[in-house]
Design a protein around this ligand. Structure first.
Ligand SMILES: CC(C)(COP(=O)(O)OP(=O)(O)OC[C@H]1O[C@@H](n2cnc3c(N)ncnc32)[C@H](O)[C@@H]1OP(=O)(O)O)[C@@H](O)C(=O)NCCC(=O)NCCS
Length: 144
């Protein structure tokens, strides 16, 4: 049976709980500052961090969602290790899809690290397809 979740936008005071979840899910890469990522996404007009809280008010799911004026993007999709298989991941992804749809975005995309390809089947269960694209990136540095 699915874990019963309340999904809402993260509040500033959720930052420690969200970062703890990201760490428990091994989502914090050495080159990312999770606190800066959390605050930057929350502050954006076209982005947010959604959290899923259970009936004890524990944050057990997250997704960072945003759009670039064209496509929607999902990051930090996380389900706490002890609730995996209970529908938390699905509910978080579907909430992000709803967030994007409400803003007129017709396609959601996400990146999977080469070292994490086991999650590809999870996304395929939710209707995502592997897209044959070459992703190019360049670090610009953070100001402020
Ligand atoms: C990927 C992750 C979010 C899945 O969360 P979850 O709560 O276990 O997922 P759900 O229970 O909602 O599963 C949804 C469906 O996907 C399937 N599924 C979940 N994980 C799967 C996996 N690794 N491989 C294949 N199928 C998987 C479930 O069986 C379920 O199938 P159903 O439609 O038949 O019910 C979770 O494993 C996680 O947080 N992993 C670490 C962080 C991570 O890698 N995030 C993705 C970054 S790109």
């Amino acid at each position: 049976m699915d874990v019963s979740l309340t999904i809402r936008s993260a509040a500033p005071e959720d930052e420690p709980g969200v970062i703890a979840l990201w760490r428990a899910c091994d989502l914090v890469a050495s080159y990312n500052d999770p606190g800066a990522d959390f605050r930057f996404a929350r502050a954006g007009a076209c982005s947010d961090v959604l959290v899923g809280v259970d009936d004890t008010d524990r944050i057990c799911g997250s997704v960072m969602v945003g759009h670039d004026g064209h496509r929607g993007w999902l990051y930090y999709v996380a389900s706490a290790p002890d609730v995996r298989g209970g529908g938390v991941g699905r509910q978080m992804v579907e909430a992000a899809e709803g967030w994007l749809r409400e803003r007129g975005v017709v396609k959601a995309q996400l990146l999977v690290r080469e070292t994490n390809t086991k999650v590809v089947s999870f996304y395929e269960r939710l209707g995502f397809e592997v897209a044959p694209r070459v992703i190019m990136g360049k670090w610009l540095g953070r100001t402020g």
